[in-house]
Design a protein around this ligand. Sequence first.
Ligand SMILES: NC(=O)c1ccc[n+]([C@@H]2O[C@H](COP(=O)([O-])OP(=O)(O)OC[C@H]3O[C@@H](n4cnc5c(N)ncnc54)[C@H](O)[C@@H]3O)[C@@H](O)[C@H]2O)c1
Length: 351
Amino acid sequence: MADFRRLNVGVIGAGWVGSIRANACARNPIVDQLHIAEIDPRRQSEIAAETDPVSVTDDWETLITDESIDAIIIAMTPETARFPIVMAALRAGKHVFVEKPIAPSIAEAEKAYAVAEANNAKVTIGYSRRFDPRYVFIRKALQDGAIGEPVTCLISRHSTRELGEKITGRSKMSPTSIGGVHDLDFVLWCLQPRKPVRVYSQQAGKLFNQKSDTPDHQWVMVTMDDGTTITVGVGWILPVGYPNYVQAWIEVVGTEGALTIDDTHKEVQFNTTRNGIQFPMSTMPGEQVDHVFAGSMYDETNHFLEAIVYGRPVMVTQDEASLVMEVYNAADLSAERGEPVLLPRNDPAGA
Ligand SMILES: NC(=O)c1ccc[n+]([C@@H]2O[C@H](COP(=O)([O-])OP(=O)(O)OC[C@H]3O[C@@H](n4cnc5c(N)ncnc54)[C@H](O)[C@@H]3O)[C@@H](O)[C@H]2O)c1
């Protein structure tokens, strides 16, 4: 017999990522009832067939007002329409897992955390890199001093233009604020307790700007207070090979060693006469392969559920969430101004 009360969980938005979260919940014995809010009828029937939820609705407020629901996972898009749902769920006393960003601004994120604290509710953000063992190995090496003092960290990430078009079609958020945010969160987490003090960013655009005002790529360079440098780049115009393919290359160099992680998914090449070379299991959220999940999103979802029932802390703290927002806001400002931005910033544009 479990020594905890099982949870009833609602998932709002059962698209690509929301359906992974819902499937993770459906397979987790911590979850008693699963409820889904999704506005697309096709996705409603697909997710119902996959997860056998207790209810499926197109009205997310039904899940918020249902007092039997303990926790809400928010994965609907567009990101810019999400904050009212976050606040409604927290005000109703639900535990909340939200895909980034938690809020449009740091001030609004602070409001969300204040409501969560007042209601004794857990709130966390989907920074799934923190659940990829190779990435966690980097953090461990840095925190243990295994490569000495860090000198410089680079993460260069590119996704296919199919994914870029999906993302830029729903909001005008920059490559860094929507994609690079994962890598910024990860590197800042690795380098704790160091703090970022200077941010410089440049964007480039030759393809997407023909039909929208979003760039194709963004570099961000961050200087930490001990002089360590971080370079994070995100682009979304790779030719379409494998659906939702994402490749990343990571170099961490320290005074006593170096770590290189090839996250370009070339280890599995699936070559058929019909489709040529493809790279299965190469998406960021991961994918189901028969009875196993290839990726970090199941562990991340399970961690949230366990944090609730065992009263453990969630992975992403408020201070960490704010710091990442501060850095990507500074990056976007730097790209706009064409000059570095110093942190912490107290000038009127700081908000
Ligand atoms: N952590 C990662 O590795 C990772 C990877 C990809 C995407 N993401 C994030 O996950 C989030 C979801 O992305 P996605 O690719 O799954 O998007 P998606 O477009 O595939 O899914 C969004 C779903 O929300 C539904 N929806 C829209 N409005 C709704 C509403 N009012 N109520 C209920 N459902 C509604 C849509 O019908 C759609 O099915 C994004 O914020 C994205 O940035 C995270």
